[in-house]
Design a protein around this ligand. Structure first.
Ligand code: PEP
Length: 256
């Protein structure tokens, strides 16, 4: 059986002090290993080291929200994957819709980052998801296929245990419009089928596919109950322990 992963994407929020306080609250409530639920928190770059320290030995992974694929050097303003490794960071979110649509990242650039992150042995949370206009034009599956093909170009089956896929319909991110459990399940099942044909059934079966897009305590249980939903990537609600903790608990309950 696949484990659940609940990941918090803190985006460009907080101060060092508030990020550390939030990290300590998450660490205090983290379920133990036997729950089959893992927790990942992803603060902004300047808060990574402080959050890592705040988490201490608790069973909470710390990830970045982005990184640059080139080796350390003359890339003003960028952050190398090697720097994340040096801080003891466990994971990196790549291809988030805000980076695709606001920062104009292409599948090709995301793929470079994915391959470089895999080389550094970081866990990659690869985000994919369609715009509302694409869903309305019945393009959801074609968009997911293109983003998966593009993002995973040159990645072989032996590396896939370092990848987590996050299905995040763009129209559901930060909007309060969550995908229905059926919509989420259909997209996740499509992604798992894609993984099975592009790689093999074992890769598809083992892959954690997270749902992201306005996950809240009141919709988490239904989403996590879907057979192909293996966790959540949570934005807004991950900034408040009183909202994030019940989502983690919903995963613990779903894993029973
Ligand atoms: C996200 O940013 O990955 C996200 C899912 O945000 P929210 O939960 O706020 O929709």
């Amino acid at each position: 059986m696949r484990r659940y992963l609940v990941a918090g994407n803190w985006k460009m929020n907080g101060t060092l002090a508030s990020a550390q306080e939030l990290a300590r609250a998450v660490a205090e409530g983290v379920p133990d290993e036997s729950s089959q639920v893992d927790v990942l928190i992803c603060p902004a770059f300047p808060h990574l080291a402080g959050v890592k320290e705040a988490v201490g030995n608790a069973r909470v992974r710390v990830g970045a929200q982005n990184a640059y694929h080139e080796k350390p050097g003359a890339y003003t303003g960028e952050v190398a994957l090697e720097m994340l490794v040096d801080l003891g960071i466990d994971a990196v979110i790549l291809g988030h819709s805000e980076r695709r649509h606001v920062l104009k990242e292409t599948d090709e650039l995301i793929n470079r980052k994915v391959r470089a992150a895999l080389e550094q042995k970081l866990q990659v949370v690869l985000c994919v998801g369609e715009l509302l206009s694409e869903r309305e034009a019945s393009q959801t599956e074609a968009v997911l296929d293109r983003q998966m093909e593009g993002g995973l170009n040159g990645v072989d089956a032996s590396q896939m245990n370092q990848i987590v896929v996050a299905y995040e319909p763009v129209w559901a991110i930060g909007t309060g419009h969550t995908a229905t459990p059926d919509q989420a399940q259909a997209a996740h099942a499509h992604l798992r089928n894609w993984l099975s044909s592009r790689y093999n059934p074992a890769v598809a079966e083992g892959m954690q596919i997270l749902y992201g897009g306005s996950v809240k305590p009141d919709n988490a249980a239904e989403l996590l109950a879907q057979p192909d939903v293996d966790g959540a990537l949570v934005g807004g609600a991950s900034l408040k322990p009183e909202l994030f903790q019940p989502i983690i608990q919903a995963a613990v309950d779903a894993a029973q």
